[in-house]
Ligand binder design. Structure first.
Ligand code: DCP
Length: 396
């Protein structure tokens, strides 16, 4: 028998789903850094814009691209010069720099503004600089009791523009979505999702009017499905995943699109078992997957293929840790101890500023500090071996 040994600490944990269905949303800001820069420079609003890394080689690497620029084929993988060829009118904005490295404070603070608005309706977990999970089960349940969808006289415009996975819309999509949201024979769980969709539509409208940022969202019964859905229709749209549509959604879904299957575990499934989609996983019994990957991971995989995920939204608006790091490619690679010492001091200073701010704003003191230093040799495009040094200090 073949058993795959994987690093335990990185393995997903199978948690049972609660008996009562939850209503979970994943909210993701659209082209986030580009929107922050468009707000800071209003003359860029509605214009093709991209944010570039502070390193200016070939116009700098693009890290965020506005949707106006994407229409011209501009992509994140491009450098500034390439982007200008695709879209001569593009506005390239440099990421702010402090201590000779990118300073993301502006974007972090903008993400916090959005979090504070989203947290008004439920438990809020900040998953990254521009992503939030919300558990709005209580708010959706209360709305279902007090103001059920069948009784809605007028429907929120944003809610009507929702996409419903599995709903065929050949005519006027908003009319069909309106029918779906308000249909009298809907199961209780679909009614809860309809109430959740109305709440998220209102929250997205509040985010837009109070911060000027658009965001997209997925609304489902668990975190995994909500996250999958938020990216399905962007920008400024929302997508609902009813339980009846889950299997159809997953059948052809490449496994690397599922959180935690983008790395080694997903690679193993593909190479060793020929599993390319979540649907391909269905052929394996839970016992077989447990034999191959261990009890916990086996169960997690079996459930994931069926869209079952019991992960709770953690009520956490603040980051768990702060880190400060820098990559030194090629000629900029750190060559001697004094260069390393200089950069460790610079990075520590950045971290110190953030820690001071954290103590002041949140009354928290970090307890654990780790320093990561690495040097790797990479083959460059011109087939030369180039050294890359990475330094990172992290504090919890
Ligand atoms: N980011 C970065 N470097 C990357 C990827 C992203 O610095 N390699 C930053 C810039 C992005 C932000 O993180 O604006 C959020 O990344 P997303 O992957 O969510 O992408 P966007 O928000 O830019 O676009 P989308 O609307 O496609 O989500």
């Amino acid at each position: 028998m073949c058993v795959f040994v994987l690093e335990k600490r990185r393995m997903p944990v199978a948690r049972p789903e609660p008996v009562e269905a939850r209503v979970i949303a994943h909210v993701d800001l659209d082209c986030f850094y580009a929107q922050v820069e468009q707000r800071r420079h209003p003359e860029l609003r509605g214009k093709p814009t991209a944010v570039v890394q502070y390193n200016s080689w070939k116009g700098g690497a693009l890290i965020a691209v506005s949707y106006e620029a994407r229409k011209f084929g501009v992509k994140r993988s491009m450098r500034g010069e390439e982007a200008r060829k695709a879209c001569p009118d593009i506005h390239l904005v440099q990421v702010p720099v402090a201590h000779d490295k990118a300073d993301l404070k502006l974007y972090r603070d903008a993400g916090s503004e959005v979090c504070a608005i989203l947290a008004r309706m439920g438990k809020c977990e900040r998953a990254s600089i521009d992503e939030v999970y919300l558990d709005i089960t209580e708010a959706a349940t209360a709305r279902l009791i007090q103001d059920p969808p069948q009784c809605w006289v007028s429907l929120d415009k944003e809610a009507l523009k929702s996409h419903v996975v599995g709903l065929a819309t050949d005519g006027d999509a908003t009319v069909e979505v309106g029918h779906w949201l308000q249909r009298k024979d809907a199961e209780q769980n679909d009614q809860l999702l309809a109430c959740g969709a109305a709440i998220i539509a209102e929250l997205r409208t509040a985010v837009l009017s109070e911060t000027q940022f658009t965001c997209s969202a997925g609304i489902a019964h668990n975190k995994m499905l909500a996250k999958l859905a938020s990216g399905m229709h962007k920008p400024a749209q929302q997508t609902i995943v009813p339980s009846s549509a889950v299997q159809g959604l997953l059948t052809d879904l490449p496994i690397n699109k599922i959180g935690q299957l983008g790395g080694k575990l997903g690679h193993l499934l593909e190479v060793e078992l020929g599993v390319k989609t979540a649907g391909d996983l269905l052929q394996f019994s839970e016992a077989k997957l447990q034999d191959l990957f261990g009890m916990n991971t086996g169960t997690w995989l079996w459930r994931t293929a069926r869209g079952i995920n019991g992960d709770e939204v953690q009520g956490r608006m603040l980051p768990k840790s702060h880190s400060s790091g820098k990559t030194f490619p090629g000629p900029k690679s750190l060559k001697d101890l004094s260069a390393v010492g200089h950069w460790v001091r610079e990075l520590a200073e950045v971290l110190q500023e953030r820690l001071d701010m954290d103590i002041e704003q949140n009354n928290r003191i970090a307890r654990l500090l780790t320093l990561h230093a690495g040097c790797h040799l990479f083959w460059s495009r011109s087939c030369k071996k180039i050294p890359i040094t990475i330094l990172c200090i992290k504090i919890w």
